[in-house]
Design a binder for this molecule. Structure first.
Ligand code: PEP
Ligand code: MN
Length: 336
């Protein structure tokens, strides 16, 4: 940590800071700048020490050097991979998860599964517990939806990723799913993160729509700290003032997270844009930026979808995207 003194700090104030640091069992290294004095403080520093140091007279600000997320941090670690069934996320393959926003009917889901498998997807997505903005919208088929997902996995061999909204449902969803999705609205539902951690199942942790990278990585830290190393992050767009798109895909999040964390990161161009015709270009952008995969909404008949039809790809458009994506994956040093 560094402690930066104000330019007018007195010798007495500087001496007080030095003895405060020593009394905490830490080593103060003073540096004399042109305008001000700066302490480098070496040792294990907790939040209380940081706050107390900032309150001392003559101190301008303090700055931590190490990250508060210890297990999610890249420091001293190789990039990690997460295995979901026989699919490896974070390895040479750019992993494509695709399927409808929600599980609607047996016919709709089985057809979706066949379509995405035929186009080359590696995993099937579909929500059985839907976090809808309003209470009157379709909320999902719950356990019946999970059963259909399991049936689709049996028919196609594709591992399933599906959302879990509450801590009490983790056990149920984990019984059917290969990967638990924690949605944007629940990124800071700490009880849910803890349960997902205890389950040991791979977790797809979406970024909160107004969350910073640090908040997101601290949310991942909850899962990791509860004994589950299988966390994959998902950039799904953040809120801004623009109304044309549903959210703003933060493409820079991909290389930033790769620098800050060892966890794999994928992108969700469907929820990021809210418009089907933007899904293809944003998929290319994410893969070019180094994403370990994509999660894309595909529906056999988007016009009739019970949720998120506007951003869902038709089977033809998904198949075209998969073909065109090859070039971008290869350019990014990946295979599809
Ligand atoms: C979804 O994947 O269907 C979903 C609701 O995503 P998000 O949490 O990113 O809105
Ligand atoms: Mn959706």
């Amino acid at each position: 940590m560094i402690i930066v003194m104000i330019p007018s700090a007195t010798d007495q104030q500087v001496a007080t800071v030095a003895s405060f640091v020593e009394r905490a069992g830490l080593k103060p290294h003073i540096m004399n700048g042109v305008e001000r004095k700066v302490f480098g403080v070496i040792g294990q520093i907790d939040r209380e020490f940081e706050q107390q140091a900032e309150r001392l007279e003559g101190v301008d600000f303090v700055q931590r050097i190490t990250k508060p997320y210890k297990l999610a941090s890249r420091e001293g670690r190789e990039a990690s991979t997460v295995k979901v069934g026989n699919v490896v996320i974070g390895g040479p393959t750019c992993v494509i998860m695709a399927g409808p926003c929600a599980v609607e009917t047996e016919e709709q889901l089985m057809e979706s599964a066949r379509i995405v498998k035929a186009a080359g997807a590696h995993m099937l997505r579909g929500g059985a517990f839907k976090p809808r903005t309003g209470p009157y919208a379709f909320q999902g088929l719950a356990e019946d939806g999970l059963k259909l997902l399991a049936q689709a996995r049996d028919a196609t061999g594709l591992p399933i990723v599906t959302e879990v909204k509450t801590p009490s449902a983790v056990e149920l969803v984990a019984r059917y799913a290969d990967m638990l999705q924690i949605g944007t609205r629940n990124m800071q539902n700490y009880d849910l993160l803890i349960e997902a951690g205890k389950s040991g199942k791979p977790v797809l942790l979406k970024r909160g729509m107004s969350s910073t990278y640090e908040e997101w990585l601290l949310a991942a830290e909850y899962i990791l700290a509860n004994g589950n190393p299988n966390v994959v992050l998902c950039e799904r767009g953040i809120r801004s003032f623009e109304q044309y798109t549903r959210n703003v895909l933060d493409v820079a999040a991909i290389p930033v997270i790769k620098r800050l964390s060892h966890l794999p990161i994928i992108a969700d161009p469907s929820h990021a844009t809210g418009k089907w015709h933007l899904v293809e270009p944003m998929s290319y952008a994410a893969v070019a930026a180094g994403a370990d995969g994509l999660i894309i909404e595909v529906h056999p008949n988007p016009d009739k979808a019970w949720s998120d039809g506007a951003q869902s790809l038709t089977p033809e458009n998904f198949s075209k995207l998969m073909q065109n994506l090859q070039k971008f994956a290869i350019a990014a040093g990946r295979t599809l």
